[in-house]
Write a protein that binds this ligand. Structure first.
Ligand SMILES: [Zn+2]
Length: 277
């Protein structure tokens, strides 16, 4: 009897402490959710840029995440160390993604802002930087709440990664998803998180919210008409946080939802359940 008991203990401790589970795709613009026991470190290395290795944040339950920018390509290596175990190495090969093109006409002041707004824009950029800086060391995995759509009726009007041609000139890629809507439509938090910035009338973003979902993952909700949250507030997945509007650089009422893992641009489609484009 004693012998059997001993063997069971060994068996269970081996199976539980070794396994690391992953969900998500290793593709540009995607995020991967991982979990394992007794993890002491997890490092992501971009083989083409070995200096840019990231030490991943891990919560007390062994949850961690990592993501690939919309423009990422080439080989990435994940090294995970667990207490008393040999280091595990995972390799990901990313193929460059093709981006569609979209021509847009915007009022001139949004493509080349007039000089009188330079100071306002600089201050706003600084406020964003400061808010994002607060997110860098948050180990809590608020995102384990899971995700839901930010609006009730989903109509995507512009996809993530689309190459934008503004007033005939090629500009940067669209770094979020646009949802069509009517002014006053409810906007919900896509996951649990802390409000890092809820601000009014920024030049480009308009009235907007930055939510911190932990471990470097943040979502932004731009061009709102109304805010329902304050800085520092903890919000729950599905909580009403604002209302659709057309403030800032917007041609009509819509929600721009952006998702970032540190400075990597993530396609919100990778975490939401949306109809195909
Ligand atoms: Zn947008």
């Amino acid at each position: 009897m004693k012998k059997i008991f001993f063997m069971i203990i060994i068996f269970t401790s081996l199976t539980f402490s070794q396994e690391i589970t992953f969900s998500g795709k290793a593709e540009p613009g995607h995020i991967i959710f991982a979990k394992g026991e007794k993890i002491t470190s997890a490092i992501l290395i971009n083989v083409d840029k070995p200096k840019s290795k990231s030490n991943l944040l891990i919560d007390k339950n062994g949850n961690f995440i990592f993501g690939f920018d919309g423009d990422a390509k080439g080989e990435f290596i994940l090294k995970v160390k667990q207490k008393g175990q040999k280091e595990k190495i995972y390799k990901y090969n990313l193929e460059e993604q093709e981006h569609e093109k979209q021509e847009l006409s915007l009022p001139k002041k949004f493509v080349n802002p007039p000089k009188k707004y330079s100071k306002k824009i600089a201050l706003e950029t600084l406020a964003m930087k400061k808010a994002r800086a607060k997110m860098l060391k948050i180990k809590t995995a608020y995102y384990t709440s899971g995700f839901q759509n930010p609006v009730d009726s989903v109509r995507v009007s512009s996809e993530f990664g689309v190459k934008r041609i503004l007033n005939g000139k090629p500009k940067s890629e669209h770094n979020g998803l646009d949802f069509r809507g009517v002014e006053g439509d409810s906007v919900y938090a896509i996951a649990d998180g802390i409000v890092r910035l809820a601000a009014k009338n920024f030049y480009f973003n308009g009235t907007f919210i930055l939510l911190d979902h932990g471990q470097g993952l943040g979502s932004v909700y731009l061009h709102l008409s109304k805010l329902h949250v304050k800085n520092g507030e903890l919000v729950k997945k599905g909580q009403l946080i604002g209302e659709i509007g057309s403030t800032g650089r917007a041609t009509g009422p819509h929600l721009h939802l952006g998702l970032q893992w540190f400075n990597k641009r993530i396609n919100p489609r990778s975490v939401l359940d949306l109809p195909a484009n």
